[in-house]
Design a protein around this ligand. Structure first.
Ligand code: GLN
Length: 537
């Protein structure tokens, strides 16, 4: 649509200032005023997508309905906007170069020298504009990853400069920087912001708004100084103060009138006051919990909570619904032994075994499952966590000695989790990962059918291995039931243990679909069961 407005969000001074949260908060406010808004993340690294990145490097890999493996910021976008993103919402330098090089190989450039400017910048601009056109958005917010001044961000900043020129008043730039506080002199310092804006100006980009991340309230003096040095209106100097929860940021931005300033700049009307009732009531419940419960998250990246970002946020959403604060107890799977599990879990109201790949920490996960199953502690296994639940049940209830997933042991006598026949054939093509949204039929009267309040759902996947249906009858006879199935392929998507108050394993990732206004039923029910367990204890 010709009239789509484009907002670019850049960052300066340091990384991790929360560009994603500022982008998502502004998008939320514009959406709440009735504008169809989406957010896009441009990542300056050379990987084609974050799918192959180690979680230690880049945190969680977020998966969209269309099966794209994307940056974890897309999770924030979805949680704030409650609308799905897609492959088009995340672009990396690797992907940009790949398509330019593919075009070059096809001869599309008709013998011209292919260069960063204009070919790479054209491809960046095409991908930015494509998103606006695709679903007729009123506003597209594009977050530029990295920090101004990084060599690898340069083509993006150049693309922003060109687009600002082309689009004129249909575009604007918001620059997020840090105002550090010097405790010794009790002063906020603006110099890093001045330098960072200068660097942006050197690249030919004048920001329209400067958002200042700060630990202390900005004085009028500070705002005036930044306005003066950065060529922006004083009301376009926005304070972004540290808050206890990221979900408060949209309300802070509302107080600072970031939405009004953006709409004025873009020559869009204010329409109506933002409709934020459900959001406010969520915050109200979040900040006033009646219970605090501990839930263990067993994984192998626990020293890096960003690796499980969506799970942690799903607990925040589900906690608020249940008027509870969920304290996540991080438990490293490699540390768990049969003789010490009790010490790790005796103060927990629930145990979650996390997704993952590879053998490391797997036996610890199996000990955690066994402890939850035998002690009737609410248990949720996600993806690899569900597979661990199946393996543990096979070994300890069915007495299938040496049962395993073929991912961990090719020669297991009981491959209860394995590659399906049709996957084996495409192994060489490397296309074996089941990614994106698939339907799931829920068994009537199961825990999950009740939790969903429906007999059908669509959930996102990211895995290779599956429950081996060859053993399904044995499992069901012994009390582990397949309560969710893909009807087209017959693949098992959910297992439940009948002789247990709440024991659920899901092959999919419910955490990718939990949002503030639509907390995920699997998490809501799990937290509810954990509260019951905690209250009875
Ligand atoms: N490694 C397992 C598989 O590929 C589980 C993946 C996951 O937990 N996301 O099937």
């Amino acid at each position: 649509m010709a009239d789509t407005r484009y907002i670019f969000v850049t960052g300066g001074v340091t990384s991790s200032l929360g560009k994603g949260i500022i982008s998502a908060s502004l998008a939320k406010l514009l959406q709440a005023r009735g504008y169809k808004t989406t957010i896009q993340k441009l990542d300056p690294y050379l990987n084609v997508d974050p799918g192959t990145l180690n979680p230690y490097e880049h945190g969680e890999c977020f998966v969209t309905d269309d099966g794209a493996e994307t940056d974890l910021d897309l999770g924030h976008y979805e949680r704030f906007l409650n609308s799905p993103t897609s492959q088009a919402n995340n672009v990396t330098t690797g992907r940009i170069y790949q398509s330019v090089i593919d075009k070059e190989r096809r001869g599309d450039f008709l013998g011209k020298t292919v260069q960063v400017i204009p070919h790479i910048t054209d491809e960046i601009k095409r991908r930015i504009k494509l998103l606006g056109k695709k679903d007729h958005y009123d506003v597209v917010i594009t977050e530029i990853g990295g920090t101004v001044g990084d060599i690898e961000s340069l083509p993006y900043i150049e693309a922003v400069r060109q687009l600002k020129w082309e689009l004129g008043r249909k575009s604007m730039v918001i620059h997020l920087t840090l105002v550090p506080y010097l405790a010794a002199s009790k002063e906020l310092k603006t110099k890093p912001t001045q330098h960072s804006v200068k660097m942006l100006l050197e690249a030919g980009v004048q920001p329209d708004v400067v958002v200042l991340r700060t630990e202390h309230d900005l004085t009028e003096d500070i705002r005036r100084k930044v306005a003066l040095f950065c060529n922006v209106d004083i009301n376009a100097v926005i304070e972004s103060i540290d808050v206890p929860t990221i979900y408060e940021v949209p309300l802070r931005m509302l107080n600072e009138k970031l939405d009004v300033i953006a709409l004025n700049k873009l020559e869009l009307g204010l329409k109506h006051d933002p409709e934020l009732k459900p959001w406010r009531s969520f915050i109200e419940r979040l900040l006033n919990p009646e219970h605090t419960i501990k839930i263990a998250l067993v994984g192998k990246y626990v020293e890096l909570p960003d690796a499980y970002k969506s799970i942690v946020e799903s607990f925040v959403h589900a906690g608020a619904v249940n008027k509870a604060k969920v304290d996540v107890k991080w438990v490293h799977s490699e540390e768990l032994e049969p003789q010490n599990v009790e010490n790790y879990f005796n103060d927990c109201a629930g145990i979650l075994v996390a997704p993952g790949f590879g053998h490391r920490g797997i036996e610890g996960k199996l000990h955690a499952v066994k402890y939850a199953r035998e002690n009737k502690i609410p248990f949720l296994g996600i993806c690899l966590g569900m597979q661990c639940a199946v393996i543990e049940f096979a070994r300890n209830v069915l007495h299938f000695k040496g049962a395993h997933s073929t991912e961990m042991n090719h020669n297991t006598p009981y491959p209860v989790i394995a590659l399906m026949e049709d996957q084996k054939n495409i192994l060489d093509m490397g296309g074996t990962m089941r990614l994106g949204a698939y339907p799931c039929q829920l068994k009537s009267n199961s825990l999950m059918e009740k939790a969903y309040g429906s007999s059908h759902t669509m959930e996102r996947h990211r895995h290779r291995y599956e429950f081996n249906n060859k053993y399904l009858q044995d499992f069901e006879n012994a009390g582990m039931i397949a309560t969710g199935k893909n009807e087209d392929t017959d693949l098992v998507e959910i297992v439940e243990v009948t002789d247990h108050p709440w024991f659920v394993g899901v092959q999919f990732h419910p955490e990718y679909k939990s949002t503030v206004v639509q907390p995920h039923p699997v998490f809501v029910d799990f937290v509810g069961a954990a509260i019951n367990y905690f209250c009875k204890k």
